[in-house]
Ligand binder design. Structure first.
Ligand SMILES: Cc1cc2nc3c(=O)[nH]c(=O)nc-3n(C[C@H](O)[C@H](O)[C@H](O)COP(=O)(O)OP(=O)(O)OC[C@H]3O[C@@H](n4cnc5c(N)ncnc54)[C@H](O)[C@@H]3O)c2cc1C
Length: 408
C-alpha cells in the first residue's frame, strides 16, 4: 500500500509525517530541488504558523463552514503541541499570531524535514507532475522528466498560484480539473489594494496607525486598528491585507467597496468641540494650518478636499456646519477600492478546487475514490495571521488520518 503526495509544501510534508508515523509507505514528489520553499517567506521570514484565536469564521470560500471539521480534528493547540514536540517553542505576538521562538521560518523547515527524514518519508525532487490518471484503482503519476510512479492513494498538495517562485503556480488546478474537479474562480488574497482616482498618490509613503473600516454597499463589514500605508498605486498595511479578500470578492460581485479611515483617535463629539476651541484661539490661521499636529501632515489636503473646504481660507470663516463636516471627514476619510495591486503581490489565492466536491471531514474527493486534496489549492482562504498554515496542517491531518483509518 503506497501513498503518493504531489507537492512538498507545508500541507504535503505534514501529511507525509502523519502517514509515516502510522507506518504507511509515503512518497512526496516535488518539482523544486528542496522542500517547503514558500515557508522561508512566511511571516516576513518568521513563519506565523498558527493563531491563538482560530475559528471557522477565519476561513472563506463558497462553503463557509467547510473548515469546521478539519480545524476541530487538528486545531491550533495541536499545531503548537506538534511544534513543541519537534523542538520549536512558540511565541505569541500581536493579534494572537504564533511564531517559533527563534523567529526564524527556517527553523520550521529544518525541524519538519528532520522528522520527515527520520521517519523515512521518500522525497523525489526536481520532478514536475504533469499527468495523473487512475486505472484499475491505481493512480499513475507521470513527471516531465519521464519518471512514472504508481500509488494506491494520491494526495494533491500543489498549493495555489500565490508566490510562483516557490513552485505553486496554479498548475495543480489543471491536474484536479483533469481528474473531474471544478475550480472556483481564483483571485489573489492578502494583497495590497488599488484605489480609484489619484488623490492618494500625493500621500504615497504616509504611514500611520488608525482604525479602518471596510464598507461594502454602505455597510461596515470589517474593522481593524493597525498600520495603514498609502502608496503610489493605492493602499497597503496589515489592515488592508486583512480586508483584501473580502474587498475583492465584493468588487467581483459588482458591489461598491470603500475603505474608511479614522485619522484621529478621538471621539467625534470631542473632536468637534476641540476644533471649535482651537479655532477660537487660532483665529489668525489658514484652515490648512489648523490641522497640523492633529493628523499626519500628508493627509491634510485630502481631508479638506473630502470636506469640500478651501485650504487657503481663514479658520474664522468656517461655519458650524463646515466644522461638523470637517470632524466627520477626519473620522471617516473614504477611498473607493479599484481592485488589487497585481497577481504576484498576493500572499494567498482565494478560490480553487470547489469544496462541494471534497468531503469536509476527510478531504477525500467525492469524484475520485482515494484521491485527496489538501492545503491552499482548494477554495478555502484564511485571514492574515497564521490561519493559512493552520489550514495546511488541519487539512493534511484529516486526509492522512482518513487514509490511516481506511488501512486499519
Ligand atoms: C509571502 C508569503 C507569506 C506568507 N505568510 C504566511 C504566514 O505567516 N502565516 C500563514 O499562515 N500563511 C502564510 N502564507 C500562506 C502559506 O504560506 C500558504 O497558505 C501555505 O504555505 C500553503 O501550503 P500548501 O502546502 O497548500 O502549498 P505550498 O506551500 O505552496 O506548497 C505546494 C508545493 O507543491 C509543489 N508543486 C506544485 N505543483 C507541482 C507539480 N505539478 N509537481 C510537483 N510539485 C508541485 C510546489 O513546488 C510547492 O513546493 C504566506 C504566503 C506567502 C506567499
Amino acid at each position: 500500500m503506497k501513498v503518493g503526495i504531489i507537492g512538498a509544501g507545508a500541507s504535503g510534508v505534514f501529511a507525509s509525517i502523519i502517514l509515516r508515523q502510522n507506518y504507511i509507505d509515503t512518497t512526496v514528489i516535488e518539482r523544486n530541488s528542496i522542500a517547503m520553499k514558500k515557508i522561508y517567506a512566511t511571516g516576513n521570514g518568521r513563519c506565523n504558523f498558527t493563531n491563538r484565536n482560530v475559528s471557522y469564521k477565519n476561513y472563506h470560500g463558497e462553503n463557509k463552514k467547510f473548515s469546521i471539521s478539519a480545524i476541530k480534528k487538528f486545531d491550533n493547540y495541536k499545531v503548537i503541541e506538534f511544534f513543541n514536540d519537534i523542538g520549536i517553542l512558540e511565541v505569541e505576538l500581536e493579534n494572537g499570531k504564533i511564531f517559533p521562538k527563534s523567529l526564524q521560518a527556517s527553523s520550521v523547515v529544518k525541524q519538519m524535514m528532520c522528522l520527515a527524514n527520520h521517519l523515512e518519508v521518500e522525497f523525489i525532487y526536481d520532478s514536475f507532475v504533469n499527468e495523473i490518471s487512475k486505472n484499475d484503482g491505481i493512480f499513475e503519476v507521470r513527471c516531465d522528466n519521464g519518471k512514472f510512479y504508481k500509488f494506491d492513494y494520491l494526495i494533491v498538495a500543489c498549493g495555489s498560484r500565490a508566490y510562483k517562485k516557490s513552485g505553486s503556480d496554479g498548475n495543480g488546478y489543471l491536474l484536479c480539473q483533469k481528474l473531474g474537479h471544478s475550480i472556483v474562480k481564483t483571485h489573489p488574497g492578502i494583497v495590497q489594494l488599488k484605489l480609484k482616482g489619484d488623490s492618494f498618490k500625493k500621500m504615497s509613503g504616509c504611514k500611520f496607525k488608525a482604525n479602518a473600516k471596510l464598507i461594502v454597499d454602505g455597510k461596515k463589514v470589517s474593522e481593524m486598528y493597525h498600520d495603514v500605508l498609502f502608496t503610489d498605486y493605492g493602499i497597503s498595511g496589515p489592515t488592508i491585507l486583512q480586508f483584501s479578500g473580502e474587498a475583492i470578492r465584493a468588487k467581483n460581485r459588482g458591489q461598491d467597496v470603500k475603505i474608511s479611515i479614522d485619522t484621529v483617535d478621538l471621539d467625534e463629539n470631542k473632536l468637534y468641540e476641540y476644533l471649535i476651541y482651537i479655532i477660537s484661539i487660532n483665529y489668525y490661521k489658514k484652515i490648512k494650518e489648523l490641522l497640523v499636529g492633529l493628523v499626519n501632515d500628508m493627509l491634510i489636503n485630502e481631508i479638506l478636499s473630502q470636506a469640500k473646504i478651501d485650504p487657503e481660507k481663514n479658520v474664522s470663516e468656517l461655519s458650524k456646519n463646515q466644522i461638523n463636516n470637517l470632524s466627520r471627514v477626519i473620522k471617516n476619510l473614504e477611498f473607493e477600492v479599484d481592485g488589487y495591486k497585481d497577481e504576484e503581490s498576493g500572499q494567498i489565492t482565494c478560490g480553487g478546487v470547489s469544496t462541494d466536491e471534497i468531503n469536509p471531514s476527510t478531504m477525500e474527493s467525492k469524484i475520485v475514490e482515494n484521491l485527496y486534496i489538501i492545503g491552499e489549492i482548494m477554495d478555502i482562504d484564511g485571514d492574515c495571521g497564521g490561519y493559512n498554515l493552520q489550514w495546511a496542517f488541519s487539512s493534511a491531518y484529516s486526509a492522512a488520518i482518513s487514509i490511516v483509518k481506511k488501512e486499519k
